[in-house]
Write a protein that binds this ligand. Structure first.
Ligand code: CA2
Length: 189
């Protein structure tokens, strides 16, 4: 069974705040990432996928974002989910894992949905074997974050949030920050 769950600020909080303009981001983890923290710790670290998802969920609350986090070992399933993101999602964060280096289907799906997409890799794929240096996804992604371990996912979420805010999406700012006053600049001659 694929891992499929949603982290949302919650209907209750939505009702409390009256915010209906929530940003929705789909987070996709590719094959074998469900094994994180159990093997190959020297390359991928000791954090489990659950731990990564929990830290993403915490940050998403601060940013006022609804996350939909899914993991699959199947290429076609990832393609179907990317297509699903066409309705109701403003962006995608994806670690395509081994499909990064092989999947024209995932690249085509990302190009078709045309949503800002951040490609994340735990390891620095450019410092590893030659075959990992090619990404089919990076050419259709807004950005690639590679080599920061689990923090890379948090950087991706922050970066995507900033991108969407500065590109005209009507999004709420972080919950902790009050609306900034317009800045005036005085120039002395
Ligand atoms: O560095 C990354 O995040 C990768 O996307 C991870 C993929 C790899 O094929 C890419 O080249 C780079 C592998 C994910 C498999 O993760 C495992 C975790 C624990 C044990 C075995 C595999």
């Amino acid at each position: 069974m694929p891992r499929l769950y949603k982290f949302a600020v919650g209907i209750e909080r939505l009702a409390e705040t009256g915010r209906t303009d929530m940003l929705r981001v789909m987070v996709l983890h590719g094959p074998n990432l469900n094994l994180l923290g159990t093997r190959e710790e020297s390359i991928y670290g000791t954090a489990t996928l659950d731990a990564i998802d929990t830290s993403l969920a915490k940050l998403s609350e601060d940013l006022g974002i609804t996350l939909d986090i899914r993991q699959s070992n199947l290429e076609g399933e990832l393609v179907t989910w990317i297509q699903e993101a066409r309705s109701g999602y403003q962006g995608i964060i994806i670690n395509p894992a081994a499909y990064t280096h092989t999947s024209v289907a995932i690249r085509d799906a990302l190009a078709a949905v045309n949503l800002p997409t951040i490609e994340v890799h735990l390891s620095n794929i450019h410092r590893r074997e030659e075959f990992r240096r090619t990404s089919y996804v990076s050419g259709v992604a807004l950005a690639q974050i590679s080599g920061f371990g689990p923090v890379g996912y948090l950087l991706a979420l922050r970066g995507l949030h900033e991108h969407l805010r500065s590109n005209g999406s009507k999004l709420p700012g972080p919950r902790t920050r009050s609306t900034p006053r317009p800045r005036t600049r005085t120039r002395s001659h």
